[in-house]
Design a protein around this ligand. Structure first.
Ligand SMILES: Cc1cc2nc3c(=O)[nH]c(=O)nc-3n(C[C@H](O)[C@H](O)[C@H](O)COP(=O)(O)O)c2cc1C
Length: 580
């Protein structure tokens, strides 16, 4: 393939030639997005809260000047979490295979610099695995490696409570090159064919898809897949209950096509938040700002009334026609459930009107489909960002005493475990009902398990034990609800129900496993007024004595850590949770 040059507006961004920093040119274009002081005058940006270096941990090197894909890559590189691959690789399944193996190994982000057929194209480089593991998430959060998973979830939970609005700037590096009309050729981007069973080349896999509600003007940034079906055409999977699905519904039946902008390559906080199920009404730009500790700098698009990050690597602008006659076949795609494929079906098509890009852009994309032993980039998002959002949702619905939330990474949102300090009968049912009523329920929360504080929700063994000894299925502790809306991509569902064009959504029957103590049991004086017998623990005084003498016994293995000691005695827990 050769570099496309015709009809290219070469438009260097204002100010700095090299970095096109739009420092002072902040303009107000929409009421919500406020102009801010120039980044040079502003305090240095800090991603997340102040880094807390541990003795053994290097302080993450944040880029203070700009926040974009390149600053994120520098952060990763400094942390030893990015590799530049110079060996030639094939876009046709080889990159997919490499990403799959690298993710399984907990490897670094991969920047492929030599891609077969893409040595002289508009875009010659590709980055994947940018959020390959919890180490990448810790770098993004600015936290040391000894941070527990619970604290990492809390970090996201707290950050999402502190929105930072974006600001509009005059221009940015993404305007360095502007292609319109015949100059647009999506074949110029090194889009991988990820898996053997895929029906085509999926361009939109780790991007930000931006749309606006035509009635309220409210912006949505989502992460929705798309397959190239022509030089300037992308077929998109639009689910009615998703943020942009709601917008699309308002265009259906009316004159007019839906404007869309797709961002490929900015700081990975963008796809992280775009792919996270915030409640409707929460603006993703604000959440990205919250994670990064600074506002996102946005610029106006060229051909659609939307805003995109000023320094995005590549922006694809266009319109989607709601008329089903314009739809094109899209799929199959080896999807998030870890199964090889799903059937092709007619999907709405984004007709590309403009493509803007930085000089020598880097295309960001990701592999889908996690299964045991083989996580995807969804997996860390699920464990940390999605768990945090679910926790905040429960609080927002007024459910007290939620102590912890965990969405096991490889189940990719389908399963969730919630730990509560049980205060009333029906607490678990209330949790499940709240989760099932959210728009996030589209892809998430098929199976909800609720436990109490004596069960570590990130310990599979503890969950098995809770399932074994705390659940009386016939006594109301295993409930099903459905059919309800749900994933169209879950292969446990009859395939004939998996047609979004017909049904708008899939069909799930949901399950609640209530593994909390059953309050139908009478308090029993024979067991100190408890409903169920106490856990079999060791007296704290005895444990202390054994610990002091441990080396004297000569058993030859290290003693329990503090967490295990507490679980052995429940000394602290019983002060707040006497029934344990
Ligand atoms: C890598 C990745 C790919 C995704 N692909 C899709 C998709 O193709 N279609 C879709 O509706 N949701 C997809 N999702 C899930 C949505 O991004 C997620 O539900 C998010 O909440 C959407 O934003 P919204 O709530 O504003 O609609 C994907 C998520 C990730 C992390």
């Amino acid at each position: 393939m050769s570099r496309q040059t015709s009809k290219t507006d070469k438009k260097p961004a204002s100010k700095s030639k090299k970095k096109s920093t739009p420092e002072a040119e902040v303009v107000e274009l929409t009421p919500r997005i406020r102009p801010e002081p120039s980044p040079e005058a502003a305090p240095e940006p800090t991603p997340g809260p102040a880094p807390q270096p541990a003795a053994t941990e290097p302080t993450p090197a944040y880029s203070m000047a700009r926040v974009d894909m390149r600053s994120w890559m520098r952060d990763l590189e400094t942390a030893g979490l990015l590799r530049r691959i110079k060996a030639e690789v094939d876009w046709d399944e080889e990159i997919g295979a490499l990403a799959r193996i690298n993710l399984a190994l907990g490897g670094p982000a991969l920047l492929f610099e030599t891609i077969k057929d893409y040595r002289d194209t508009l875009c010659t480089r590709l980055m994947t695995c940018g959020i390959a593991s919890r180490a990448h998430v810790l770098t993004l959060a600015g936290l040391p490696s000894d941070t527990s998973d619970k604290d990492l979830v809390r970090h996201f939970k707290d950050a999402y409570r502190k929105p930072i609005e974006p600001r509009l700037v005059e221009t940015g590096a993404t305007k360095q090159n502007i292609l319109r009309g015949d100059a647009i050729d999506l074949g110029q981007l090194p889009v991988p064919k990820w898996h053997a069973s895929d029906g085509g080349r999926f361009i939109d896999t780790y991007c930000g898809v931006i749309t606006k509600d035509p009635e309220t003007g409210r912006t949505n940034v989502g992460l929705y897949r798309g397959m190239i079906v022509g030089k300037n055409r992308i077929a998109k999977l639009i689910i009615a209950t998703q943020g942009w699905g709601g917008h699309f519904g308002k265009y259906q039946g009316k004159a007019g096509h839906m404007p869309v902008a797709v961002v490929h390559g900015w700081h990975d906080a963008l796809p992280l938040c775009a792919g996270s199920p915030f409640l409707k009404g929460v603006e993703e730009w604000d959440m990205i700002g919250a994670l990064l500790g600074r506002p996102v700098d946005l610029v106006k698009c060229e051909t659609v009334d939307l805003e995109v990050p000023a320094d995005a690597e590549i922006v694809v602008e266009g319109y989607i026609n709601p008329d089903p006659a314009s739809f094109a076949m899209e799929g199959p795609f080896a999807e998030y459930s870890g199964h090889a494929a799903h059937k092709a079906s007619p999907k709405p098509v984004m007709e590309v009107t403009c493509l803007t890009h930085r000089d020598d852009p880097i295309y960001r994309c990701a592999l889908e489909g996690a299964r045991p032993g083989f996580p995807s980039e969804d997996s860390p998002l699920c464990a940390y960002s999605w768990s945090a959002i679910a926790w905040n949702m429960l609080e927002d619905f007024g459910i007290d005493n939620v102590m912890d939330v965990w969405m096991p990474p490889v189940a990719t949102g389908t399963n969730i475990v919630v730990q509560v300090r049980k205060r009333y009968r029906g607490h678990a049912q209330q949790v499940a009902n709240a989760l099932w009523g959210t728009s996030a329920g589209q892809w998430f929360f098929k199976n909800v398990m609720v436990v109490e504080e004596d069960v570590d929700i990130r310990d599979r063994e503890a969950l098995d034990w809770a399932m074994a000894f705390k659940v009386d299925a016939g006594g109301g502790q295993l409930l099903t609800f459905g059919p309800t809306f749900g994933s169209v991509l879950d292969p446990s569902m009859p395939p004939e129900l998996a047609d979004p064009a017909t049904y708008g959504s899939g069909s799930w029957t949901r399950v609640l496993i209530d593994a909390t103590r059953n309050w139908e049991f009478e308090r029993n004086p024979e067991i100190d007024g408890r409903r169920v017998p106490a856990l079999n623990t060791i007296d704290p005084e005895l444990e202390r004595k054994v610990r002091e003498r441990w080396s004297e016994y000569g058993i030859g293995v290290p003693y329990l850590d503090d967490e295990a000691r507490e679980m052995l005695t429940l000394e602290q827990m019983r002060k707040v949770f006497p029934e344990a």
